[in-house]
Design a protein around this ligand. Structure first.
Ligand code: AMP
Length: 114
C-alpha cells in the first residue's frame, strides 16, 4: 500500500526504532509512547484492521501471537505484566489502517479504558 505509513516503515522508506523483525512481522517503538514501554507489532503484509483477519491470513496472526511473550521477555515486562491492545475502526480509536498490536508496560495501567 503506497500511502500506508506502516508499509513505509516495513519497506524502510521512513525510519523507526525496530525491536524485532523477521520475514512476516515487525515490532518497533511507538513514536508517541503512552507507557515507558510502548511498541507496535505489525504484519509485514498490509492487513487493514482486525476486521480483515480471515482463514487466508491466520498464520500471520498466529505468528504474531507466539512472538508477543517473547517480545515481552526482551523488553523486560514478561514478569511485571503488560497490556496488548488492538484498536479497530473509528470508535475503537484506530488511526493507522494497518493492523497493529500495541504492547504497553513498565507502569501500572488503569482499567477500564476511557
Ligand atoms: P492506533 O491509534 O491504534 O491506530 O495507533 C496508531 C499508533 O501509531 C499511534 O500510537 C501512533 O503514535 C503510532 N505511530 C504513528 N506513526 C508512527 C511512526 N511513524 N512510527 C511509530 N509509531 C507511529
Amino acid at each position: 500500500m503506497e500511502d500506508c505509513i506502516f508499509c513505509k516503515i516495513v519497506n524502510k522508506d521512513i525510519p523507526s526504532n525496530i525491536i524485532y523483525e523477521d520475514d512476516k512481522i515487525m515490532a518497533f517503538e511507538d513514536v508517541n509512547k503512552m507507557a515507558p514501554v510502548h511498541i507496535l507489532v505489525i504484519p509485514k503484509d498490509h492487513i487493514p484492521s482486525i476486521n480483515a483477519i480471515d482463514e487466508g491470513n491466520k498464520d500471520i496472526i498466529a505468528h504474531i501471537s507466539v512472538n508477543i511473550s517473547k517480545l515481552a521477555q526482551k523488553l523486560g515486562i514478561y514478569d511485571t505484566g503488560y497490556r496488548v491492545v488492538i484498536n479497530c475502526g473509528k470508535d475503537g480509536g484506530q488511526t493507522v489502517e494497518h493492523l497493529h498490536y500495541h504492547i504497553l508496560g513498565k507502569r501500572a495501567l488503569t482499567w477500564p479504558p476511557g
